[in-house]
Design a protein around this ligand. Structure first.
Ligand code: SER
Length: 326
């Protein structure tokens, strides 16, 4: 039976992945690890063990792994792209030193590791459309540089120490449970909150900026599935391209308008975010993930939009004017 630790469990992915893993493996089998700066929701705290984990302190990780007899670590703690640009040194520390600490602990205690990489590993010189699994990678953001370095470190620990590390390159993730924090693709979440609460949204990216996206249930499915398959069938191992849809703000707005006809979008471009988005692919080719471990998304743009609006309306309910946006 798996015994799992999740770092960054209070974040956008972690808050949902923790609950999904608890449902599958049992609540006591999944330890949610959060940073002191991001307190857990009641749901996360009450549904199973919660610990404070400081990824920059290797002792903090190894103590938890030893105490709870962890055999699998989902290492989600990281700074996202827009935040990382504001503090590149901190991003490097958290995204690289944090990962190195996790890999060293995994090596000592024989744990498997899940490492989430990103569309950020690509840069302007990468082919933009149907970006292949293996291609030119010269990222221009500190986030992308740290994620690409992270992939290489994972490869290194696998080949040198036989640490069972696996991972995917997530596109922008859309969800209604927990807001993302400081990413370039966050607009695709914020737009739903504003559409429901104000019927208006000011978008920080140009209307024709195409990016890969995915609805959270598919992201959770991917993270769980890749850790369950036979590792001998994973020649690529880390950094699998996975995507579910590619759209631009204009297309997303048209889809939302089908449910909220009064909805209007205006554009006030954030130069820094736009530069990041422009350096990333329009759409990735994820055939290698499909072939090697059966990756298959369920939600496309219309399916995701319908579900997001239904779930968010329920969530916001009467409190819709009290939503705290990032
Ligand atoms: N969603 C991330 C970001 O925008 C990309 O992986 O930073």
């Amino acid at each position: 039976m798996k015994k799992i630790l999740i770092t960054g469990a209070t974040g956008q992915i972690g808050s949902e992945l923790t609950l999904a893993l608890r449902k599958k493996y049992g609540s006591t089998q999944v330890v949610a690890g959060g940073h002191p700066s991001k307190p857990p929701s009641d749901n996360l705290k009450e549904s199973g063990p919660f610990v404070i984990v400081e990824c920059l302190d290797i002792e903090s990780i190894s103590k938890i792994v030893e105490e709870h007899q962890i055999d699998t670590i989902y290492h989600l703690a990281a700074l996202l792209s827009a935040n990382a640009e504001k503090n590149p040194k901190l991003a490097w520390q958290v995204n690289i030193q944090g990962l190195l600490n996790v890999l060293d602990v995994a090596n000592s205690y024989h744990c498997a590791v899940f490492f989430p990489s990103s569309i950020g590993v690509f840069g302007s010189s990468t082919p933009k459309n149907k970006t292949p699994q293996n291609t030119i990678q010269r990222p221009s953001t500190i986030y992308g540089i740290s994620k690409l370095t992270g992939e290489l470190l994972c490869d290194y620990y696998y080949h040198k120490y036989n640490v069972d590390v696996r991972g995917v390159r997530f596109p922008g993730l859309i969800s209604y449970e927990t807001l993302p924090g400081g990413g370039t693709t966050d607009y695709a979440v914020e737009i739903f909150y504003e559409a429901i609460t104000k019927s208006r949204y000011t978008c920080p990216l140009k209307e024709d900026t195409y990016l890969d996206m995915m609805y959270m249930p598919d992201a959770i499915k991917a993270a769980m599935q890749i850790m369950e398959v036979d590792g001998r069938n994973l020649p690529q191992r880390v950094g699998y391209n996975i995507t579910a849809m590619s759209f631009c703000p204009r297309e997303l707005a048209i889809e939302i308008k089908k449910w909220i006809p009064r909805f209007e979008v205006e554009y006030n471009v954030d130069k820094s975010k736009q530069a990041i988005a422009d350096s990333w692919p329009n759409s990735m080719n994820d055939q290698v993930a499909r072939r090697e471990w059966g990756w298959q998304p369920r939600y496309d743009l219309p399916g995701m939009t319908k579900d997001m609006i239904e779930k968010l309306k329920l969530k916001l309910g009467n409190n819709r004017h009290h939503i705290k946006m990032l």
